[in-house]
Design a protein around this ligand. Structure first.
Ligand SMILES: CC(=O)SCCNC(=O)CCNC(=O)[C@H](O)C(C)(C)COP(=O)(O)OP(=O)(O)OC[C@H]1O[C@@H](n2cnc3c(N)ncnc32)[C@H](O)[C@@H]1OP(=O)(O)O
Length: 148
């Protein structure tokens, strides 16, 4: 199923530090991709309620503009399609204050895996803002820390 609503949710912010820079002194593209991949993984885990999700495919990555040390950027994702075992998103990173786009990716596809490590149907067709799709192990902190 494809979702109509175009709006991207910008959630995570990053402060560009010296270790994030390339030899040119601007934001290293590899850092951006690592952040986006992690952001997308967390997004998918919550949307599908499963910790076993993997990146399958990323479409063209457009490094629209650069960022410099001290800049603050924000990362946004939007689910664009739910397949049988997959979920597709688009992504954007932009400057928090100027809203200047820094990176866009039209398609990031994640696959939902079963306990056997093979693709498994996730059964969802819509985005949720409820917390009830958080993977069970992560939903029960008291149990995890032996307080129950
Ligand atoms: C968060 C991370 O960084 S994870 C680490 C990096 N990622 C990985 O290590 C994953 C490595 N890849 C794999 O293990 C395997 O390719 C798997 C298990 C993900 C998928 O295996 P496949 O044999 O491709 O599975 P299968 O053909 O059943 O496809 C699964 C889904 O992916 C979709 N898919 C497969 N290839 C592509 C592709 N190139 N582009 C878009 N979607 C694709 C399929 O359409 C299917 O979706 P659907 O069920 O919603 O229709």
């Amino acid at each position: 199923m494809t979702t109509d609503d175009d709006e991207i949710n910008f959630r995570t912010r990053k402060w560009i530090k010296p270790e994030d820079l390339n030899a040119n002194g601007t934001l290293f593209g590899g850092s951006l991709l690592r952040w986006i991949d992690e952001e997308a993984a967390i997004y998918v885990m919550i949307q599908l309620g499963n910790e076993r999700v993997v990146t399958k495919y990323m479409s063209e990555i457009n490094f629209v503009s650069s960022a410099e040390q001290g800049d603050i950027v924000e990362m946004g994702l939007r689910a664009t399609a739910f397949g049988r075992t997959s979920m597709t998103m688009r992504a954007e990173v932009r400057n928090l204050f100027t809203r200047q786009s820094i990176l866009t990716i039209d398609k990031i596809v994640f696959v939902n895996l079963g306990a056997d490590g093979h693709p498994a149907p996730h059964g969802y067709t819509e985005i949720t803002y409820d917390r009830n799709r958080i993977p069970e192990r992560l939903r029960l902190p008291a149990k995890r820390h032996g307080r129950e």
